[in-house]
Design a protein around this ligand. Structure first.
Ligand SMILES: C[S@@+](CC[C@H](N)C(=O)[O-])C[C@H]1O[C@@H](n2cnc3c(N)ncnc32)[C@H](O)[C@@H]1O
Length: 284
């Protein structure tokens, strides 16, 4: 669609072209030179139009990105208000969210699911702010979280943070270094499965690690390894569901567990919630 600006640029170009063509006609009256200058000017005008259009598209793209960022920021602010109210009094400030940690809107989703499902055992892959948020929720509800972390440094950081918040009794952070693991003849790099051997009756599984290649399927082993340890009414929560890799992993999982239903949550990074059976909306 041509805009008013496009037409204006075209008219100005045409005027400039005509003026230069007239001058050229007087200075260079032979037809060949006149046509050569005309062709050069024509090319110049077309090139200017192309550059102008590209710059316009770039400007629109930047504008959309800034608008998306502003929308995301206000969504995070709204989520933080709910989160703080739902968690109750905090003993210390929460560690930074976003970047490596979960975003505030994912934290709020997590808390809603914890309140709705009241899990006794939560298993998490990838420790950090999420472990703290979940522990605040579980402390009054007889639940516990076991958080698996491949990096001993981040595991220790998480333990210290739980200690500072007085939540160490509700969470266990287990170091599970990344190792090759074989699933149906394919080799994957995933958490050391020997650290998970005694797991059973997992009511909620949170998949937010390991962090290897954000485009890949490296989080796939979570369900093949832990499916048999899930309880009857277990739910699985996946962060970063906007990523193509995560969407493909969930699709592969659903083939392994056809009795699960997928709910895709449209938050800033996207989340997937998998539950057994049909999704029943909560009572009003
Ligand atoms: C997506 S993060 C997990 C975040 C965690 N669930 C939270 O809410 O903080 C996945 C992995 O990134 C690694 N990680 C955590 N913090 C990091 C940091 N500041 N820099 C680099 N890697 C980090 C840890 O190994 C973690 O398991």
């Amino acid at each position: 669609m041509l805009t008013r600006k496009d037409i204006l640029v075209f008219i100005v170009g045409l005027i400039v072209y005509s003026v230069i063509a007239l001058i050229a006609y007087n200075v260079l009256p032979d037809v060949a030179s006149f046509m050569a200058i005309g062709a050069a000017l024509g090319i110049l005008i077309v090139l200017s139009l192309v550059i102008y259009r590209r710059m316009n598209a770039f400007q629109i793209d930047v504008f959309h990105k800034l608008q998306q960022q502003a929308d995301d920021n206000s969504r995070h602010t709204e989520s933080l208000f709910s989160l703080i109210a739902l968690l109750g009094p905090l003993k210390r400030p929460l560690p930074p969210m976003r970047r490596w940690a979960i975003a505030p809107d994912f934290a709020t989703l997590l808390v809603s699911l914890l309140l709705e499902h009241r899990p006794r055992l939560v298993v998490e892959l990838g420790t950090g702010t999420s472990t703290l948020v979940a522990s605040y929720c579980l402390q009054h509800r007889e639940g516990k979280i076991k958080s698996f972390e491949n990096d001993a440094h981040f595991a220790q950081q998480s333990r210290e943070s739980l200690q500072e918040h007085g939540l160490a009794d509700f969470a266990e952070v287990i170091v599970a270094p990344l190792k090759p693991t074989e699933i149906n003849g394919t080799s994957w790099i995933w958490y050391d499965v020997s650290t998970m051997q005694n797991l059973q009756n997992i009511d909620m599984l949170i998949v937010d690690g390991p962090e290897l290649d954000i485009r890949g399927h490296h989080r796939y082993p979570a369900l093949p390894v832990l499916l048999s340890a899930l309880s009857e009414n277990a739910i699985v929560v996946v962060d970063d569901y906007k990523r193509k890799g995560e969407q493909e992993i969930v699709e592969m999982w659903l083939k392994l567990m056809p009795d699960f239903t997928l709910e895709a949550v449209e938050n800033t990074r996207g989340a997937a919630v998998l539950r057994r059976g049909r999704r029943v909306p909560p009572a009003a």
